[in-house]
Write a protein that binds this ligand. Structure first.
Ligand SMILES: NC(=O)c1ccc[n+]([C@@H]2O[C@H](COP(=O)([O-])OP(=O)(O)OC[C@H]3O[C@@H](n4cnc5c(N)ncnc54)[C@H](O)[C@@H]3O)[C@@H](O)[C@H]2O)c1
Ligand SMILES: [Zn+2]
Ligand SMILES: [Zn+2]
Length: 391
């Protein structure tokens, strides 16, 4: 089959790879009909390259049609239409039973000391072949895949694989009080949905984003927007009676724009051989922290900072004095996708499309054109906000 493979920093290609097969009784094989590129893929394309291997199949936002199931998969049959959550979780361990599917004790990657295995997400998360491919082997298919109807287009359901539950969890974790204000940093796909969800739940939402067309997309969903600058904290305080937003959601992560120290560190690490680069990432501050620091600066005293954006350095400097003094709560982590999908399914099927899932995709291309699409998405060319690949 054809699959999109990682080849090196900023280099991916479509290659012929062996078809996946049932290896375990709880596996399913799914023929992929739609599969999106995520901001997290851009981290693998750039900063997290040292954890990738040449030929790794990328992709963790897939959906499609079940082709074959293992003997213990009784909830699915060939022909079913399913969305595949990006975390691989068993559904019966203590973590899964407590809504922490991204920490699944059955699939945790012990070698790396990380949480649940993820599709297409580097050796940090188990080097599991991903879903930007014609077919995908889905482990623990007796729990993970979300069965969906056959009438509506793929884009109604596709984002249940990751960004919609991620944004939902980010807003839940932001813990905005009734009548409160949520500031969302970043209007990539995650920030777009987080802003719309905040508004849908009755909060005032102010989004911060440097790219004009991303602000324009949010504005057509009724979101107030501002540009990012050194004065963002002051601007947000001015807009909220001098106090600051009750909660701030960071939907940017470790590759923010306008963070010269982190950018330099990331560039320097990128020049090292993999083993040294990993060591550097484990011991030095390699995150671009301007957004996280702006979030801590702008949130009101006693407010919450919720991180959906991914960070990767183990020694990134944090303003602990301010965090302690302002009594800030923080919550973060990979999304527990399966915790939220039952709640989100009726919302994406609602004919009025309350979260505007049909207004996110800006580009649809065949899998063969994925390499160009990665580059376009990373460079934010041609108004690109979300790419959906059709294998
Ligand atoms: N927690 C999870 O489970 C989870 C799931 C999916 C994605 N993510 C992470 O969420 C983040 C966003 O993902 P995405 O798909 O929306 O990607 P994206 O790269 O399209 O979005 C990032 C956005 O942040 C904006 N930005 C950059 N610098 C900024 C600044 N200084 N101030 C304000 N905005 C700035 C960019 O212009 C862009 O619009 C990534 O870090 C991704 O890895 C996490
Ligand atoms: Zn993703
Ligand atoms: Zn589990």
């Amino acid at each position: 089959m054809k699959a999109l493979t990682w080849q090196g920093k900023r280099s991916v290609s479509v290659e012929d790879v062996p078809d996946p097969r049932i290896e375990d009784a709880s596996d399913a094989i799914v023929r992929i009909t739609s599969t999106a590129i995520c901001g997290s893929d851009l981290h693998l394309y750039e900063v997290l390259g040292p954890y990738m291997h040449k030929g790794d199949v990328l992709g963790h936002e897939p959906m499609g049609i079940v082709e074959e199931v293992g003997s213990s998969v009784t909830n699915l049959k060939p022909g079913d239409r399913v969305v595949i959550p990006f975390n691989i979780s068993c559904g019966h361990c203590w973590m899964c039973n407590n809504g922490l599917q991204s920490q699944c004790e059955t699939t945790q990657v012990h070698e790396q000391g990380t949480g649940a295995a993820l599709f297409g997400f580097s050796e940090l998360y188990g080097s599991v072949p991903g879903g930007q491919a014609e077919y995908l082997r889905v482990p623990h298919a007796d729990y993970g895949p979300v069965k969906v109807g056959s009438e509506l287009p793929d884009e109604r359901y596709l984002y249940l694989s990751d960004i919609l539950p991620t944004a939902w969890q980010g807003v839940q974790y932001a813990d905005v009080p009734d009548g409160g204000t949520l500031a969302v940093f970043g209007l990539g796909p995650v920030g777009q949905f987080a802003s719309r969800i905040g508004k849908h739940l009755g909060h005032r939402v102010i989004a911060v984003e440097p790219v004009a067309e991303r602000r324009a997309m949010a504005e057509r969903h009724g979101i107030e927007t501002i540009e990012f600058s050194k004065e963002t904290g002051d601007v947000l305080r001015e807009m909220t009676n001098g106090r600051g937003p009750d909660a701030v959601l960071d939907a940017v992560g470790m590759e923010s724009h306008g963070s010269p120290v982190g950018a330099f560190a990331q560039h320097a690490v990128g020049l090292l051989p993999d083993a040294l680069a990993k060591k550097a990432m484990e011991t030095a501050g390699v995150d671009r922290l301007n957004v996280l620091h702006a979030a801590i600066d702008s949130v009101r005293r006693g407010g919450t900072v919720s991180l959906s954006g991914v960070y990767g350095g183990t020694a990134s400097p944090m303003p602990l004095l301010t965090m302690f003094d302002k009594q800030i709560q923080t919550r973060m982590g990979q999304c527990n996708v399966r915790r939220w999908t039952d709640q989100l399914l009726p919302i994406v099927e609602d004919p009025s499309d309350p979260l505007g899932v049909m207004d996110l995709k800006t580009h649809e291309v065949p899998l063969s054109e994925a390499p160009g699409a990665y580059s376009m998405f990373q460079k934010k060319q041609d108004g690109c906000i979300k790419v959906v690949l059709k294998p």
